[in-house]
Write a protein that binds this ligand. Structure first.
Ligand SMILES: [Zn+2]
Length: 122
């Protein structure tokens, strides 16, 4: 891992893992990967530094709160979200009909909606 990454993702730093969609704390470096632990939790995993960015303070706050209450507040909100449901159905339809390009478009739309509606700055 390049030196600037070791500086950015130093031990104790809070990072957002874009591939697993959760906040972790850097506990160590291993080869080209990073060792993370769930913020406020025990779960540990290996992460690819290319899938990471530093976490925003409110993301860390939310993760800690989730751990305390044991309830993923954002997942709960997503379940009741009509746009999430619509995009999920659209994605399933595209997959069923073998429309790969369409599925990728829906996936991108889902990511944007998810960020804007459920994660973005309020
Ligand atoms: Zn939604």
């Amino acid at each position: 891992m390049p030196a600037y990454m070791q500086q950015t993702y130093r031990r104790g730093a809070h990072v957002w893992d874009t591939s697993r969609r959760r906040v972790g704390e850097v506990t160590g470096h291993e080869g080209t990967g990073l060792q993370l632990r769930l913020v406020g939790g025990a779960l540990q995993w290996q992460a690819d530094p290319d899938a990471l960015r530093l976490a925003f303070p409110d993301e860390v706050h939310r993760a800690l709160k989730q751990q305390r209450t044991g309830a993923p507040a954002d997942d709960r909100r997503r379940r009741g979200c009509p746009e999430c449901r619509r995009l999920r159905d659209q994605f399933a339809d595209a997959i069923r009909s073998g429309d790969r390009a369409g599925a990728e478009r829906v996936m991108a739309a889902r990511g944007l909606h998810d960020f804007a509606a459920h994660w973005g700055p309020k």
